[in-house]
Design a protein around this ligand. Structure first.
Ligand code: CMC
Length: 431
């Protein structure tokens, strides 16, 4: 870590404490409070971590007011426009764009690790057919630690590397199998002649009875969805992965924890929730009623796919995703799809409404990704698994970075205790 650039002074009663301040390469300065409890006997209070940097990192930078997202310094719109998912995976994992030979070697490695242990197929068959694919993914990814013992030693750099490659390579296979199982179709094995995104679409939509040719426009849109979701700084699921990893848990267990956290509707579950909301709204004429509900303090309803904890002007991923949505919808000929019509009308209505403008609530990436996935033919239950497979590289990159950090400690937040002070146990007959 660099040397402190400034000092903050905290005064409690008449005692003062000097706190070092570090200046990042971009973003706000950070006050170092690590010794505060030892020196002053106080904790800081920040539920939701809105003002807390939990680690130092060199992977992803977000400026929520400028709507800027950088991976290793490269803007997301350049990566989405000029690069592709596996190259972005390499960038996130290793810090720089690969040379042609490095990329070829990386792609070959990933392509040749896409099959999962044949015995793992039995796990899928243990789930109910109507299980949510995220439930299946949490279970199956966690179970990888029972199959790939030769890549669970977190202190061995080679094992860490193998685990990283296995997770990136096998996650699409696991997500596609979760889908196939849920609809009662046979599993489709990966194909090494297809690229990462096309292979995923093939595993999801091919059946043994006939030839399935992946449309290159859909493969490109799929690759963009993967790229735009690859990493997002210290969000809830990434922080979950880091917290799980801080105890020394194996990589498969940590990523399973990340998948579990991503499932929630305020995070990765938002694209499913958004599409379900659009279906519930049904027609553009019903939008005013739902906008009124979203604004009503006594109603817990929120416009799913709107708002973001960090982006407060626009979500740069949403800008790129909107272009992809237009391309896919043109291709699929669904201009008159009532869900899309409702989505477009909702976007316009919310952007024109002063409530949403004042609170800086704009469509986020999940608003558009949900529309694209719906047009491609995915059921809403597959939206979050697709987010999970895309985000796996981000989780792994952050996990690797944390393990290499000499300052790493087990994560152990403290609390503002508001409960009873010590009291004597009362026997049951006296209560
Ligand atoms: N619809 C209506 N009102 C909203 C919404 C919304 N979608 N989002 C925030 N607000 C209001 C909220 O009621 C609050 O009002 P007030 O100040 O009067 O109490 C104000 O805006 C601030 O909201 P907040 O909940 O304090 O903000 P937050 O930063 O904690 O929440 C959020 C961010 C993403 C959880 C929230 O905007 C939300 O629930 N959005 C819908 C779910 C969604 O689309 N999530 C996907 C995020 S993008 C994918 C990802 O990166 O994981």
């Amino acid at each position: 870590m660099a040397e402190p650039t400034k000092t903050a002074t905290l005064t409690i009663d008449d005692q003062s404490y000097e706190l070092p301040i570090y200046s990042p390469t971009a973003g706000p300065d950070v006050i170092d409070i690590r010794k505060l409890y030892g020196q002053a006997g106080v904790f800081t209070y920040d539920p939701g971590f809105t003002s807390t940097a939990a680690c130092d990192s060199t992977i992803t930078y977000i400026d929520g007011f400028k709507g800027e997202l950088l991976h290793r310094g490269y803007p997301i719109d350049q990566l989405a426009g000029k690069s592709h998912y596996l190259e972005v995976c390499y960038l996130l994992l290793y810090g720089n764009l690969p040379s042609a030979s490095e990329l070829e070697e990386f792609e070959t490695t990933i392509t040749h690790h896409t099959m999962i242990h044949e015995q793992m197929h039995n796990f899928f068959r243990g789930f109910r057919r109507d299980a949510h694919p995220m439930a299946t993914m949490v279970g199956v990814v966690g179970a990888m630690s029972a199959f790939y013992h030769d890549s669970t030693d977190i202190n061995n750099p080679r094992e860490r590397e193998i685990a990283s490659h296995r997770l990136i390579a096998k996650m699409p296979t696991i997500a596609a199998m979760a889908y196939k199982y849920s609809i009662g179709q046979p599993f489709v094995y990966p194909r090494n002649d297809l690229d990462y995104a096309a292979n995923f679409l093939h595993m999801c939509f091919a059946v043994p009875a006939e030839e399935y040719v992946v449309d290159p426009i859909l493969a490109r849109a799929m690759d963009r969805i993967f790229t735009l979701h690859a990493d997002h700084e210290q969000n809830a699921s990434t922080s979950t992965v880091r917290l799980a990893s801080s105890s020394g848990a194996n990589p498969f267990a940590c990523i399973a924890a990340g998948i579990a956290c991503l499932w929630g509707p305020a995070h990765g579950g938002a694209n499913q929730a958004c599409l379900e909301m659009l279906k519930e709204i049904g027609r553009p004429e019903n939008i005013p009623e739902y906008i009124a509900r979203a604004k009503d303090k006594n109603d817990s309803f929120r416009l799913m796919g709107f708002g973001h904890r960090v982006y407060k002007n626009f979500d740069p991923r949403a800008t790129v995703m909107k272009q992809s949505a237009d391309e896919v919808l043109d291709l699929m000929g669904v201009e008159n799809n009532p869900i899309l019509a409702t989505a477009k009308a909702l976007e316009e209505a919310a952007l024109a409404d002063p409530y949403f403008a004042e609170k800086k609530l704009f469509p986020n990436v999940d608003f558009y990704s949900g529309i694209i996935l719906e047009a491609m033919g995915f059921p809403t239950s597959m939206f979050t698994p697709i987010f999970a497979l895309s985000r796996t590289v981000g989780w792994i990159s952050q996990w690797k970075e944390q393990l290499a950090d000499p300052h790493m400690k087990i994560g152990r937040p403290r609390q503002l205790y508001q409960g009873n002070t010590a009291r004597d146990y009362t026997d049951i007959e006296n209560r």
